[in-house]
Design a protein around this ligand. Structure first.
Ligand SMILES: Cc1cc2nc3c(=O)[nH]c(=O)nc-3n(C[C@H](O)[C@H](O)[C@H](O)COP(=O)(O)OP(=O)(O)OC[C@H]3O[C@@H](n4cnc5c(N)ncnc54)[C@H](O)[C@@H]3O)c2cc1C
Length: 164
């Protein structure tokens, strides 16, 4: 089945080619029907632009590649977690690169002695809460958003991992 692709202007074409030098093809989304879903957070009343592309890195090195490429080409970058924010702060601007961190969802370390957890930015609060509970600890996020919101972008003061 043939697909109708959106015309790529020079900047966007160059951007996509350069991104694919350091990212697998499945980590670079350009289909407008798909990227539209990443254009705004849960504040549907806030205006949002059309991103040039959405990238879904899985590693720190891939994030570095994205940011170096965007900086060199002077393309604005909008970081996104799960887009559960309620202020439009994660909304795309026209021609931007959306940097979605949802695939970076590993818990790297839980130190029960120090009560510190080291996590990637896409770890969802509920997952972290369950993981620390196995060590007799509690990570107490807002119960209304904890199933969908990652811990990285929570606008409340960062909760500490407490003894349960
Ligand atoms: C039902 C519900 C209840 C909520 N209750 C609360 C509450 O009690 N307290 C509270 O503080 N908030 C609450 N929120 C809103 C809260 O802001 C979000 O749930 C959460 O903090 C946003 O996380 P997110 O990963 O979805 O961020 P997004 O919405 O994707 O992004 C939010 C902001 O953070 C930036 N950002 C995201 N990830 C990164 C990153 N890795 N590095 C740099 N910048 C980044 C984005 O650019 C944007 O500016 C609630 C939301 C919902 C839907």
């Amino acid at each position: 089945m043939s697909r109708i692709e959106a015309p790529r202007d020079e900047v966007t074409g160059n951007l996509l080619d350069r991104l694919l030098d350091g990212l697998p093809a499945e980590a670079v989304l350009t289909d407008p029907d798909v990227t539209a879903a990443y254009a705004h957070d849960m504040a549907s009343f806030c205006p949002a632009g059309t991103p040039a592309a959405v990238v879904l890195p899985r590693t720190v090195e891939q994030v570095q590649h994205v940011l170096r490429t965007a900086t060199e080409l002077r393309v604005p970058v909008v970081p996104q977690g799960a887009r559960t924010g309620l202020s439009g702060a994660a909304n795309a601007s026209d021609g931007c690169l959306v940097l979605s961190l949802t695939k970076m969802d590993r818990i790297l370390e839980i130190s029960p002695v120090d009560r510190i957890a080291v996590v990637e930015p896409g770890v969802v609060n509920a997952v972290l809460s369950r993981a620390v509970a196995e060590h007799g600890l509690s990570y107490p996020p807002d119960p209304s958003s904890w199933r969908c919101a990652p811990s990285a972008a929570t606008s409340a003061p960062p909760p500490v991992v407490c003894a349960a």
